[in-house]
Design a protein around this ligand. Structure first.
Ligand code: HEM
Length: 443
């Protein structure tokens, strides 16, 4: 209640300060009713957005679920205005409210303004560049173990293998468990907790469904995950070597300002935000590399700088979260329009990244474009979002991707099972390769 009241106050003063009472308008867009707008947005997502940009420009309006009226933006100046705008006006937490049953009520993802800032300050230190470097050898070990199990000579999908790697990174680097009964139990329930789809989501939107079938089973799995995590947290608090442990959870406990419930929500948030995204990004990196022999060759023999460029270019051409949302708590003036309160702005990385004015020949996969050139990308390369909500896991994800690429390329030889590009499909909050990056290991 207090957040809402404060937002309303800021809203009023913001409105008074920046805008005279005026006609409120929206950028043009296809005149589709909400059900049709929803259908095309969630089925032919990227071609539909491309078409809208070609027809209406870098700012267009579509009515679609779950946002209602959504203004899609792919202009870097406007992206900057939104990312650096007043956090009391540009909210993100409310849009994630549906995730509460899995990430917990106290999750950073659900918070806005001061509550968000506090949660973020608490969670950030273990994710700084310096801190995440300590996970490098752990990640390498995880990837090397995983690669051992890949079959030779028969096609298989790489994406589930990347999910296994990303999950193990969360388990060991974030939660800090590896062996023992509880680790084994968490290996059983955590992936199933993190697996949610539109059907499960419907159960969160309509709670009465949760008494039945799949919804009830999913709730039970999440409850068991929370129970195991709380047990782990309680035990960890008493451990003598706590201060010297590297994992994120131990560092959050040592920092000392979080309750067991907050820590449990932190871990679930990091799992949900970090596992599917990293796995999808790695799957796309191979989907692209295996169709670009020159880049593959160079990545195989290349140094870390080239691998980082591969990571940048993959996230440019295939941003796994294609757009980030901010819901307006007050009217704002943007791009010559006066956009009313309540509208959601979507900053569309996949359109921004395919703007030929920013990236010449944007559909080409060309990691070289990022060599020695990753500064000044803040508002033109936004796979990790931006501003106060920029992904705190970005440094860990980039490290994980670089090490996984290097370790896999060193140990096995892969080829795509067919040459045609894989299309995208939605999975949870991400866009993943539709066929799961199918490959054949040849050596
Ligand atoms: C390639 C992998 C990843 C991608 C593409 C990605 C992308 C994103 C994006 C687009 C956002 C929203 C930012 C915004 O609204 O401006 C976000 C938020 C977040 N990400 Fe990531 N992410 C990745 C990996 C990770 C990892 C490994 C973790 C942690 C283990 C993580 C934790 C989070 C958290 C906690 C948030 C919420 C931040 C907030 O609301 O303040 N992410 N991520």
């Amino acid at each position: 209640v207090s957040t809402r009241t404060r937002a309303a106050e800021v809203t009023d003063s913001h409105y008074a300060a920046v805008m005279p009472p005026a006609r409120q308008t929206l950028p043009p867009g296809p005149p589709l009713p909400l059900p049709l707008g929803t259908l095309v947005t969630w089925t032919v997502t990227l071609p539909f957005w491309e078409w809208c940009r070609a027809r209406y420009g870098r700012m267009f309006t579509v009515r679609c679920f779950p946002w209602g009226t959504a203004v899609f933006i792919s202009d870097s100046e406007m992206v900057k205005e939104v990312f650096t705008g007043d956090p009391a006006v540009f909210h993100a937490g409310e849009g994630n409210a549906l995730l509460a049953p899995i990430v917990g009520e106290r999750s950073l993802l659900l918070a806005d303004e001061d509550t968000h800032l506090r949660a973020r300050k608490r969670i950030l230190p273990p994710f700084h560049g310096e801190s995440v470097r300590r996970y490098a050898s752990e990640v390498e070990r995880i990837v090397a173990d995983e690669v051992e199990r890949w079959p030779i000579g028969e096609p298989f999908a790489l994406h589930p293998r990347m999910t296994a790697i990303a999950f193990e990174v969360v388990l060991r680097a974030v939660i800090g468990v590896e062996d023992g009964e509880r680790a084994a139990a968490l290996r059983q329930v955590l992936p199933a907790s993190a697996e949610w789809d539109p059907t499960i989501l419907a159960g969160w939107a309509v709670p009465s469904l949760r008494r039945y079938g799949r919804w009830r089973r999913h709730d039970a799995t999440v409850a068991e995950t929370h129970r195991l995590l709380r047990e782990e947290i309680a035990e960890r608090r008493g451990e003598a070597d706590l201060a010297s442990r590297d994992d994120v959870l131990s560092q959050l406990i040592v920092a000392g300002d979080a309750s067991d419930e907050e820590l449990c929500d932190d871990v679930m948030t990091l799992l949900i935000a970090g596992e599917g995204t990293s796995a999808a990004a790695l799957a796309w990196a191979f989907e692209r590399l295996l169709r670009h022999p020159d880049a593959l060759e160079r990545a195989h023999h290349g140094d870390d700088e080239f691998l980082d460029a591969v990571v940048h270019e993959t996230l440019r051409v295939r941003p796994v979260i294609p757009a980030v949302a901010r819901q307006l708590q007050a009217p704002v003036e943007l791009g010559g329009f006066e956009i009313p309160s309540g509208v959601t702005l979507l900053l569309v990385g996949s359109l921004l990244h395919s703007d030929p004015g920013l990236y010449p020949e944007p559909s080409y996969f060309r990691p070289e474009r990022f060599l020695g050139n990753t500064l000044g990308l803040t508002y033109t390369w936004i796979p990790f979002g931006g501003g106060r909500r920029r992904c705190p896991g970005a440094a860990l994800a980039a490290l994980e991707m670089r090490i996984a690429l290097r370790t896999i390329l060193e140990r096995v030889t892969l080829r795509a099972d067919r040459l045609r590009d894989e299309r995208s499909r939605h999975r949870n909050i991400t866009l993943v390769p539709a066929r799961g990056t199918r490959v054949v290991r040849t050596a």
